[in-house]
Design a protein around this ligand. Structure first.
Ligand code: UDP
Length: 244
């Protein structure tokens, strides 16, 4: 099965390696405007209630499961996904590839200074990575930003505006941004800049990053959607059985 359906959101049945292969093949082509979204349970819950947002997610060239909740839901619905392919982890692998091939990255998003620091840190670690440009994510008008990105013609564009803003921005401007591949990458710029630490190894290894994030960021309200998501998955399984 190519895609797995979770409440109408179609997730690509990819591993980290096959997702990276797909990105690498897009980067080798002249065509521009490929899009990647990485829905987690919170995004899927939002799409469940908003059919326009669902359509928007489904229009991506690739949609990967960001979060163990999505992988577990797929299994419960009888259409297992091989593994979690998070936006941050995929982006780390893509950046290694960009470095090996002397390709370029544009980072858009985060508070002023975050994208610049992220780019400086990445450049130290990956000397052959080309920084096409950076911009913070608190701009008032879209057009000058779209123009700035387009002029730099990046190979890979990380858009870190938080969901659903970043997905809507990508959908609106994908044909104008002049990037080969673009991804909605949430808080990734913060992590590369060091302004937001990733969960300790223990949590990542045991698939408990979500728990760490809840406790650390006190995001109790937002995290309630995780439980609502789990409840909806079980209800769906009971009422409708497994996915066909
Ligand atoms: N952000 C931004 N512009 C905005 C709103 C948010 O650049 O108008 C940035 C914010 O600074 C953070 C990133 O979006 O760096 C991700 O935010 P959040 O952690 O809320 O998103 P998530 O990844 O959890 O969806």
């Amino acid at each position: 099965m190519d895609k797995v359906d979770i409440f109408g959101v179609k997730i690509d049945n990819v591993t980290m390696d096959s997702a990276l292969e797909r990105v690498a093949s897009w980067l080798s082509e002249d065509k521009r405007g490929r899009t990647i979204y990485t829905p987690n349970s919170e995004i899927i819950m939002a799409a469940k209630k908003d059919s326009e947002f669902k359509e928007l997610l489904n229009s991506a060239d690739m949609t990967t499961p960001d979060g163990i909740g999505v992988v577990k839901a797929a299994a419960i619905l009888g259409t297992p996904l091989p593994q979690r392919v998070g936006g941050f982890d995929l982006t780390c692998r893509v950046i290694e590839y960009l470095n090996e091939n002397k390709m370029s990255l544009f980072i858009l998003g985060g508070k002023p200074g975050v994208a610049e620091t992220a780019a400086e840190n990445l450049k130290k670690q990956y000397p052959d990575l080309v920084i096409a440009g950076t911009n913070d994510g608190y701009f008032k008008e879209d057009d000058p930003i779209v123009m700035k990105v387009a002029t730099s013609a990046p190979d890979y564009l990380m858009i870190c505006l938080g969901a659903p803003k970043q997905e809507k921005f990508i959908a609106a401007y994908k044909d104008k941004l002049n990037a080969k591949v673009m991804i909605g990458a949430g808080g990734s710029a913060d992590v590369f800049a060091g302004t937001m630490a990733r969960a300790p190894e223990f949590f990542i290894k045991h698939n408990l990053e979500w728990l760490y994030r809840i406790v650390k960021a006190k995001r109790i309200k937002r995290s309630l959607s995780l439980f609502a998501f789990a409840g909806s998955v079980f209800m769906h399984r009971i009422l409708h059985g497994k996915n066909k």
